[in-house]
Design a binder for this molecule. Structure first.
Ligand SMILES: Nc1ncnc2c1ncn2[C@@H]1O[C@H](COP(=O)(O)OP(=O)(O)OP(=O)(O)O)[C@@H](O)[C@H]1O
Length: 305
């Protein structure tokens, strides 16, 4: 069997628990992400989402296990992986434009300065920043503007893998919607693979091909991979009308509300903890009753990987 583009294999992360013991955040977690796929990960605070993200970015070493991207083991950061964190992380002494240009110039050392600048301005404009704002330093921008610069910086580099840790958390609802649309536009026009942490169920349904659901920690694991069976292009005003929307949404809410706790703390032993694939499709079989109760799993077609 060929490996997926991004293959997370038997990943275990432990930290000292501060009381002389060991905290096992997750154990033997294994899952894959296909090239060009948009995956969101949902789970309660503290279950280990950012820890997984840091390992994928090459910014942290797992206790054991490996991450293989495009046939190569991830070790250390790389321009092939662009990261957008919750807390922006811009270089404070550079203007917004120069923050973006810095990465573009590193990625394309052969480009002339005007080319680097034009490319950077294009991506800043995509996230709604142009004119004076692009010449301001991060301290002279609002939190939302800083976050938009971080997003432009990551996208402008065309990394093979975009790692987004709650990238829209600091944005107001209107800007958030605009940038979600821009993200979808950029993603659909490239073959980039996106792995995104969010706490927003509706955002995840709008954006993702699959949503990974994590159980609560310690010994958290990606228990399910829920396919978003709503065709693209998706528009936020329209997807709620789709017959699968509330069925998927209810399933996610039910998982986060109770199953993430019920399944918590169960060590899977030495074997790989791979997620179960969940496919909910109310359009496939019109003989299904119209019953959105997510506990009625007879209505779900679950296929193991
Ligand atoms: N460097 C560290 N040393 C010790 N414990 C850590 C370290 N980093 C993370 N942890 C612990 O690992 C667990 C997972 O943390 P992580 O930040 O990955 O969670 P998260 O799911 O991203 O949470 P949130 O949604 O709140 O951002 C938490 O219990 C956290 O306290």
């Amino acid at each position: 069997m060929t490996k997926p583009f991004l293959s997370i294999e038997l990943l275990t992360q432990q930290f000292p628990d501060g009381a002389g013991g060991t905290l096992t955040v997750f154990e033997n977690s294994s899952f894959g992400v296909e090239e060009g796929e948009f995956v969101c990960i949902l789970g309660h605070s503290g279950c280990g989402k950012s820890t997984i993200m840091n390992v994928l970015a090459g910014l942290a070493e797992p206790t054991s296990g490996t991450v293989i991207m495009d046939g190569q083991e991830v070790s250390g950061p790389s321009l092939d992986r662009g990261v957008v964190f919750q807390n922006y992380s811009l270089l404070p002494w550079l203007s917004a434009l120069k923050n973006v240009m810095f990465g573009v110039a590193a990625r394309h050392p052969d480009w002339s300065k005007p080319d680097v600048q034009a490319h950077s301005e294009k991506y800043l404009a995509m996230v709604g920043l142009d004119g004076d704002a692009t010449h301001r330093k991060p301290s002279q921008l609002s939190g939302g503007m800083r976050q938009r610069v971080s997003i432009a910086r990551a996208f402008a580099n065309h990394p093979k893998l975009l790692l987004l840790d709650e990238p829209f958390g600091a944005l107001d609802a209107l800007t958030r919607g605009t940038i979600q649309d821009e993200l979808l536009k950029i993603w659909s026009g490239t073959n980039q693979t996106v792995f995104m942490i969010t706490h927003d169920i509706d955002e995840a349904i709008l954006l993702a091909d699959r949503i990974l659901l994590m159980t609560n920690g310690p010994f958290a694991r990606v228990a399910e991979a829920v396919e978003i069976t709503i065709p693209r292009p998706r528009r936020r005003e329209e997807i709620i009308e789709h017959p699968n929307y509330y069925a998927i949404r209810n399933h996610l809410v039910h998982f986060l509300g109770s199953r993430s706790k019920e399944l918590a703390g169960q060590s899977g032993g030495s074997g790989a903890n791979t997620p179960e694939t969940i496919r909910i499709d109310r359009t496939e079989n019109s003989t299904l009753e119209s019953d959105d109760d997510p506990t009625h799993h007879a209505h779900l077609r679950a296929v193991n990987d």
